[in-house]
Ligand binder design. Structure first.
Ligand code: SF4
Ligand code: SF4
Length: 443
């Protein structure tokens, strides 16, 4: 791809308020992705997306090959799940997920052969319906962490004209989207042009943080490709400030459009997709291999050799950590995701899920949460909130059980980014308060 200077960066439409400067700790940004040796066993959860869980379509004793479907969709919002190892099904078990939900899971003993299923072949796509079916068959969900089914995102039932490809990756430590851009640019391009061809999208805007110069250059090359005959694919560099990658903020920065409270991107004519989701779609269209493996950033002060590693979905986290040299120190905290919005794990036996993009193990010192004290009314939490909320007021109204006031406080708009708690000098548990306030409103 020739670099075309005319396809340089576009300016962001609006300045996004709030947010915080966090240390990047992007230790693995230059670590090329390595493959995990085939694990001995995988446990594939039937709930790896927002919506209804899958039902296992295999039983104990069945032989399965790489790419075979092991979980079928039920009615409603659902995407199938597939196996990334060949081997034998050893049982169907119950699994407690990190978010507290439980679901069925298919356990497979791998044979180490990695024999690919005959069912794996590139999908035939000639029109919009066939495209959406292919996206569903790929088992594709939002890979930035949310797990929203991609086939629904791409068919929102409302007029959309803009695809925002989220490549901001603003959470500390995580570098797997950065590696996707550097290692799989052709797949991203294929995904982008397929979406433009089979949906109503007329413009594509990549949003990337300024601390990823190599990724920015690669994205500019994608935008400058000759396939972009009408200059509809562009790149926007945004200041490196957490949580710039949050969906609503990304839309605002890219288009100047404001998603209303409780609304969806489609309400303002946008689809937002994570860059790895777009790359995965591009790979599926070319190879027919559904979403069976995931690139993870493994990092944190308790990890011996931080790295980016591709693992079959369902691999136990302890196997991934062991491949990264094991624990350098006793972990005080284990997280699925980044330090700001990741979910704390009770132990390392849980399997990797589709929407999992990082495993962080922090040593006891880094994991310590300092004791909180009384609010000093400094207002820093208000200044830091990118949604314009007043966390300190929410805390007060929650304590007073004033439901009417909580409604007015707009707590439903809180995306639990953690900026308020991060800047609070009194270390108030403000995110916890926002969650409790939401629960109180729901009740
Ligand atoms: S966690 Fe909620 S209240 Fe706190 S800064 Fe983020 S959006 Fe605002
Ligand atoms: S940042 Fe903390 S101390 Fe300051 S007003 Fe908010 S809750 Fe109070």
């Amino acid at each position: 791809m020739a670099h075309n200077p005319k396809k340089e960066l576009i300016r962001q439409k609006r300045r996004v308020r709030g947010g915080v400067r966090v240390p990047h700790y992007k230790n693995t940004a230059d670590c090329a992705t390595v493959e995990l040796p085939v694990p001995g066993q995988v446990t594939i959860a039937m709930q790896q997306h927002i919506g209804r869980p899958c039902i296992p379509c295999v039983k104990k004793g069945d032989r399965v090959l790489v790419g075979d479907r092991v979980g079928d969709c039920t009615d409603g919002m659902c995407v199938p799940v597939h196996t990334g190892v060949s081997g034998q099904v050893t049982g169907i078990t119950e699994l407690l997920l990190p978010n507290g939900q439980s679901c069925q899971a298919v356990q497979i003993e791998a044979d180490g052969q990695q024999t690919v299923s005959d069912a794996v072949c590139p999908p035939v796509v000639e029109n919009r319906e066939m495209f959406l079916q292919a996206v569903k068959d790929a088992g594709l969900v939002g890979l930035g962490g949310a797990g929203f089914p991609a086939y629904i995102k791409l068919n929102p039932g409302k007029p959309v004209d803009t695809l925002v490809v989220n490549a901001a990756e603003c959470e500390p430590y995580i570098t797997c989207d950065n590696r996707e851009i550097l290692e799989n640019a052709q797949d991203i391009m294929r995904g982008v042009y397929a979406i433009r061809r089979y949906t109503d999208v007329q413009q594509v805007i990549f949003v990337v943080e300024s601390n990823k110069p190599a990724a920015i250059r690669t994205l500019c090359d994608i935008a400058a490709d000759s396939a972009d005959t009408d200059n509809s694919v562009r790149v926007m560099r945004v200041a490196s400030r957490y949580p710039r990658g949050a969906e609503k903020l990304t839309i605002y920065a890219a288009t100047g459009r404001k998603v209303p409270p409780g609304g969806l991107p489609a309400d303002v004519g946008c689809i937002v997709m994570n860059v790895t989701s777009v790359g995965t779609l591009g790979r599926y269209l070319q190879t027919g291999m559904p979403l069976v493996a995931k690139r993870l950033t493994v990092d944190g002060s308790a990890v011996q050799c931080p790295m980016n590693v591709r693992v079959p979905i369902g691999t136990a986290i302890k196997d991934v950590i062991a491949f990264a040299g094991g624990y350098a120190q006793e972990p005080g905290k284990l997280l699925m995701g980044g330090p700001m919005m990741g979910i704390a794990l009770p132990d390392d036996t849980l399997p990797v899920l589709k929407q999992n993009n990082a495993i962080l193990a922090l040593n006891k010192q880094d994991a310590e949460s300092p004791a909180f004290s009384a609010c000093i009314r400094c207002g820093r939490c208000i200044k830091a909130c990118p949604m314009g909320l007043q966390p300190v007021t929410v805390e007060t109204d929650l304590r007073a059980e004033n439901i009417g006031r909580l409604q007015k406080d707009g707590v439903q708009s809180c995306m639990e980014c953690g900026c308020c708690a991060y800047v609070c000098p009194a270390r108030r548990p403000l995110v916890q308060s926002m969650r409790l306030a939401k629960q109180a409103l729901r009740r």
